[in-house]
Design a protein around this ligand. Structure first.
Ligand code: PA5
Length: 472
């Protein structure tokens, strides 16, 4: 079960920077409409992420493929970026041993996993240089099949694999995860003799973690992908009960209520920064994944009516307790422009008792006999209290323990919340014209055919005025 605690967002509790029950009540007709819009888009098969938890055939195919890869290889490298990498990283750090890749072969649940997620040559060199390519399989993930970062990384890896295993065998070292028909990667798959997995056309990158995008790298590291999907399914079932009743129970629907609070906090209370603060080191990359989901889905210049709105909260990430010693000062005393979502976990898989020593030294003595888990939770509660006492809106999403089911549910809940808030902003939650614009300039600069105009536009743009460029 996932508990979403909204108490500290309420004006009745934290004062003027919170949202009053009355304000939520006044939003109810629009919330019902948002729920209905999403339901309709789902019914019309526009929102493929809703179907992912039910795709048992895909889960079986991936489980089989993963077993085969585990027999043949030692290393699994994801070549992808943005929505084609962040979910993979989030699953890995949440569900596997914190030093998973360093575990010896017999102790690891599967292949070593590497997700470089960047084209900084130093970064990529570091990964490729380390691996025995005879024992490495690459999963090239790109929905569009065109992203320059992923394609160039693939070309580099391909050349090195050919040099290592020869041209005849190199295809066995690549799995392409891409659209069923569109994009350049799909075109070359038969030539390369590479195995392909499909990303459904109606599943956008940032909503794709529970598709072939996120599931294969999870399965090869021993994650129970069926349980991951079951967690998402459970969250969805709650929604479906609402639908069956014909009337959404707003106060019982965490995703919808979360959307309502964050929308009002942004547009009415000017809380334009949304910090996801993970009080679980294992969920820190879920916060990173969420950053993309929230930013790319909601950061929109125009609404559906074509009016300029510049919508969206700026999502930020922080990690408890580490960032208590870096960010919390700002949260507590800085500008009233933030809302915090605490990600919280009740139970650790391994707790550690702090040894009793130096009983005569108070700064040491009080810690003896407590566990690190106790310390962690007390610090979490103390931070929550101090931000609440200073009138800062904050909410908490609590799971009992980090496991497959909880993680799948968490992904799905946050996706749903994003879908609903997008309806409240009345924007297209599922496109990313700003990202495409940057991609197109890069294509132009790299001399890609069809993008000559972008290159000219770039060259015509204002050059830096040297008076304002200062070197040491
Ligand atoms: O969410 C999105 O759509 C984007 O962030 C993409 O995931 C990212 O740009 C990578 O695109 P692609 O998977 O097409 O290579």
């Amino acid at each position: 079960m996932i508990r979403y605690d909204f108490n500290n967002l309420r004006a009745e509790r934290i004062g003027e920077h919170g949202v009053s029950d009355q304000e939520i009540k006044a939003l109810e007709p629009r919330l019902r409409q948002a729920f209905e819009n999403v339901r309709k888009m789902r019914q019309e098969k526009q929102l493929g992420f809703f179907d992912l938890p039910y795709d048992t055939a895909l889960a079986d195919e991936i489980t089989k493929l993963a077993a085969d890869l585990k027999r043949k290889f030692e290393n699994f490298v994801v070549i992808g970026i943005g929505g084609s990498a962040l979910g993979n990283i989030a699953i890995q750090s949440a569900l596997n041993h914190p030093e998973y890749n360093l575990l010896p072969n017999g102790k690891r649940r599967g292949l070593r996993l590497f997700v470089p997620d960047n084209i900084d040559p130093d970064r990529l060199h570091g990964v490729l240089d380390l691996l025995d390519l005879n024992k490495t399989v690459f999963n090239v993930i790109t929905k569009s099949g065109n992203t320059a970062e992923s394609i160039s990384t693939y070309l580099i890896a391909r050349e090195r694999v050919i040099k290592t295993v020869g041209i005849e065998k190199h295809g066995e070292h690549f799995i392409f995860t891409t659209d069923a028909s569109k994009g350049e990667l799909r075109k070359i798959a038969p030539r390369e003799n590479a195995r392909c997995l499909t990303i459904p056309a109606t599943v956008g990158g940032r909503f794709s973690v529970l598709s072939s995008v996120g599931l294969l790298s999870a399965a090869v590291t021993g994650v129970n992908i069926r349980a991951l999907l079951d967690g998402a399914k459970k969250v969805d079932q709650g929604q479906r009960m609402d639908q069956a009743a014909g009337l959404v129970e707003i106060w019982k629907n965490p995703a919808l209520l979360g959307a309502a609070y964050h929308y009002l906090l942004d547009v009415k209370k000017k809380k334009n920064v949304h910090i996801m603060c993970s009080y679980s080191h294992r969920l820190r990359d879920v916060a990173d994944w969420f950053r993309q989901l929230w930013a790319e889905s909601l950061g929109k210049r125009v609404n559906r009516k074509g009016q300029v709105v510049h919508a969206g909260q700026t999502p930020e990430k922080s990690v408890g307790v580490t960032d208590q010693h870096s960010q919390v000062q700002l949260y507590v005393e800085g500008p009233f422009d933030k809302v915090i979502t605490f990600l919280s976990v009740s139970q650790f898989d391994h707790d550690i008792t702090i040894p009793q020593a130096f009983d005569d030294v108070e700064g040491f003595a009080y810690l003896g006999g407590k566990t690190l888990g106790d310390l962690f939770h007390y610090e979490e509660r103390a931070t929550e209290l101090v931000v609440t006492q200073t009138g800062r809106p904050n909410c908490a999403i609590r799971i009992s323990k980090v496991d497959e089911e909880a993680l799948g549910g968490l992904f799905f809940l946050l996706e749903l919340q994003t879908a609903y808030i997008g309806e409240l902003y009345d924007i297209n939650t599922y496109d990313q014209p700003g990202v495409e614009q940057g991609k197109n300039f890069a294509y132009g600069l790299l001399g890609r055919k069809g993008y000559e105009e972008r290159k000219r536009e770039f060259e015509a743009a204002a050059r830096p005025d040297p008076r304002f460029v200062v070197s040491t």
